[in-house]
Design a binder for this molecule. Structure first.
Ligand code: ATP
Ligand code: MG
Length: 224
């Protein structure tokens, strides 16, 4: 199935905003899109990211579909399991369920949870779900000091699991300082290290609707 898996260097770096903008851009192009957050913790009482994505794709029911992982505690799924909470279970079954939910759609947009190596169970991380889904992977990172190492680490971890990153979004999130000197060179340095991966800089905006041009560049790169 055609689509994108939106992962990140960590939590709170802009996955939901980018994934929502991607879903909206697909709809604007007249395509039927399913935007799904298969694993959401901190869902208290509602899975907020899943709802934002589902609304953006025009099908609110996707957020509460059976077979997706939801937990109240704001922790990694494996940490929740160790506290006696729900387990994620087989990643193959989860990936199958995600594809089933997107069966009638032209494109599937999936948001991860946290960063690429979030432990899902004793043996598997979010990178393994990315591998299982086999969509085009988009890596979101904060365009701020520290991003070089975070990004190179994430790309290596994904490559180790045979997941190639198709695009990197350097996102200027709301809390980032405008005078961060690293923002002048982050994209250039990363391009030297990762010459085959297109890097898109996303500006600081008021809401995901301000990321239309970023989403449209991404869809062109992904050939969606
Ligand atoms: N381009 C942007 N401009 C301004 N603020 C942004 C931008 N992208 C993200 N943000 C801010 O960062 C916050 C976190 O973004 P978002 O919820 O998309 O992160 P996330 O990676 O999905 O987090 P989680 O790991 O919880 O799923 C947003 O609520 C918003 O305040
Ligand atoms: Mg999110």
């Amino acid at each position: 199935m055609k689509g994108a898996f939106v992962t990140a260097t960590g939590t709170g770096v802009g996955k939901t905003w980018i994934a929502t903008a991607l879903a909206t851009a697909c709809l604007d192009r007249g395509k039927h899109v399913a935007a799904i957050k298969p694993i959401e913790t901190g869902a208290d009482p509602e899975p907020r990211d899943a709802l934002a994505l589902a609304r953006a794709s025009g099908d609110e029911s996707l957020a509460s579909a059976a077979g997706l992982y939801r937990a109240k505690e704001p922790l990694a799924p494996y940490a929740i399991q160790k506290r006696g909470g729900p387990a994620v279970g087989s990643l193959r079954s989860l990936a199958k369920r995600i594809r089933e939910l997107a069966a009638g759609a032209d494109y599937l947009i999936v948001e991860g949870a946290g960063g690429v190596l979030v432990p899902l169970d004793r043996k598997h991380t979010m990178a393994d779900l990315a591998a299982e889904l086999d969509l085009q992977t988009v890596l979101v990172a904060r365009d701020a000091l520290g991003v070089l190492s975070y990004t190179l680490t994430a790309v290596e971890a994904l490559r180790k699991r045979s997941v190639s990153v198709r695009a990197i979004v350097l996102n200027h999130v709301e809390r980032d300082r405008a005078d961060d000197l690293s923002r002048r060179s982050n994209a250039e340095v990363l391009t030297d290290y990762l010459p085959r991966i297109p890097i898109i800089r996303a500006p600081k905006v008021q809401s995901p609707s301000g990321l239309g041009s970023v989403a449209s560049q991404l869809l062109n790169i992904l050939k969606i």
